[in-house]
Design a protein around this ligand. Structure first.
Ligand code: ARG
Length: 400
């Protein structure tokens, strides 16, 4: 009688780490391995992925298109929050992890698995996000992190691959660790580990550099309904298609290149390069839509909430009561964010050049310096008198 079969569902990318992990999970733990790959907007060849995983020894391969779900459940609220970690990183990788974890858990249930696995190292944020998301959704499932456990050098890993006939991709020449999805592309490692060294052209794939910026600017219009971008240049699109299309246009003009020195949750400072043309453009447009349609006090209060959400996402707390509460708040704020925003894409920048809305709070009769002024300037005198009263008290009592 064979022992009871143990099954693990592995988040599989097709790269060296997770390919080697298929074999290692079988040999080290005796697991049957189900390889799971999600299409989140990065171009991958499903047939090749499947063949490769099966050849290495996976019992089954599951490939799912999760672009629409990623856009609707993760990118939409991130945009509502104009979410930027440390004011700059649009969180592409961080937002994808909880979605992958959710699919790992669902697939584990489907296959009656006892564990899930991911290919993260022991030094990054991604391990935290996977482990905590799985713990939040399925506290009974074990999480195995082969790369974190084996702690091999690159050479040892390649040696293991060669011994076991696991194809080592030619792209290994590429010294960078890359993760990409609809919202952006993250690049780490190699020469980027020296924060003084300028990122080489080879680490960019989605954006042009100054030498290749088109001379002519391109103007685009984005229409928002309840804070969600629903049209590009007047054409209605699904959110994930719109994000891809904006990314394409903005990337051509070099928008969204970021070279950051970032603080990881695990206490390490690291140098990170990002390309996020769609995220940077859409956040600029969304902010402009909000500035026109939301009152001042809400905008100010929301800014604090935005930062709390960005940190929760970065720190792997997507499935927390905190995040749920933040998402409810954000949704409430977006009800009147109905606007069209014009932007100019040029020379690495997405610049807002116009905005209009039926829900606009801008009143030209109040703002104008010209004809038709409805602002009661005589009322300003009394307002300022009372507003400045505390300052007068301080000046009188303290002499300054
Ligand atoms: N520093 C970013 C983050 O924590 C990007 C991580 C990129 N991951 C990778 N495997 N290259 O979200």
């Amino acid at each position: 009688m064979p022992e009871m079969e143990k099954t693990v569902v592995l988040a599989y990318s097709g790269g060296l780490d997770t390919s080697v992990a298929i074999r290692w999970l079988k040999d080290t733990y005796g697991y049957q391995v189900v390889a799971l790959s999600l299409d989140l907007g990065e171009t991958t060849d499903a047939a090749t992925l499947r063949t490769k995983a099966l050849a290495i020894g996976a019992k089954a391969v599951v490939i799912e298109d999760a672009k629409a779900e990623f856009a609707a459940e993760f990118l939409k609220p991130a945009l509502w929050a104009n979410a930027l970690y440390q004011k700059e990183y649009p969180l592409a990788t961080a937002l994808a992890r909880p979605l992958i974890a959710k699919h790992l858990v669902a697939t584990a249930r489907q296959y009656g698995a006892q564990a899930v696995a991911h290919g993260c190292t022991g030094k990054g944020n991604d391990q935290v996000r996977f482990d905590v998301a799985v713990a939040s959704l399925a506290p009974d499932l074990a999480v195995v992190a082969p790369v974190r456990e084996w702690a091999w050098t690159r050479a040892q890993e390649i040696a293991y691959a060669e011994v076991h006939g696991i194809p080592v991709p030619a792209t290994l020449e590429n010294p960078y660790s890359v993760d990409a999805n609809l919202w952006g592309r993250s690049v780490e490692g190699g020469v980027l580990e020296d924060p003084w060294v300028e990122p080489p052209a080879a680490c960019y794939a989605w954006t042009t550099g100054p030498d290749d910026w088109p001379e002519a600017a391109e103007e685009i219009t984005i229409s928002f309904a309840a804070g969600v971008p629903v049209q590009l240049n007047g054409q209605t699109m699904t959110l994930h298609a719109l994000i891809a299309a904006v990314g394409e246009l903005a990337g051509r003009h070099g928008v969204g290149r970021l070279d950051l020195l970032e603080d990881r949750l695990v206490g390490i400072k690291s140098r990170e390069v990002y390309e996020a043309p769609a995220a940077v453009t859409l956040i600029a447009a969304h902010r402009a839509a909000e500035a026109l349609t939301l009152p001042k006090d809400l905008l100010q209060h929301k800014a604090g909430i935005e930062d709390v959400l960005a940190q929760a996402v970065y720190n792997g707390l997507w499935y927390s009561p905190l995040t749920r509460a933040l998402l409810a708040y954000l949704e409430e704020t977006q009800k009147s964010v109905e606007a069209e925003v014009r932007l100019r894409l040029h020379a690495g920048q997405a610049t807002v050049i116009g905005r209009r809305s039926d829900c606009s709070l801008y009143r030209s009769d109040l703002a104008t310096y010209g004809e038709g002024d409805a602002f009661d300037a005589t009322a300003a005198v009394g307002f300022i008198k009372i507003w400045g009263l505390p300052m007068k008290a301080v000046a009188t009592a303290h002499g300054r």
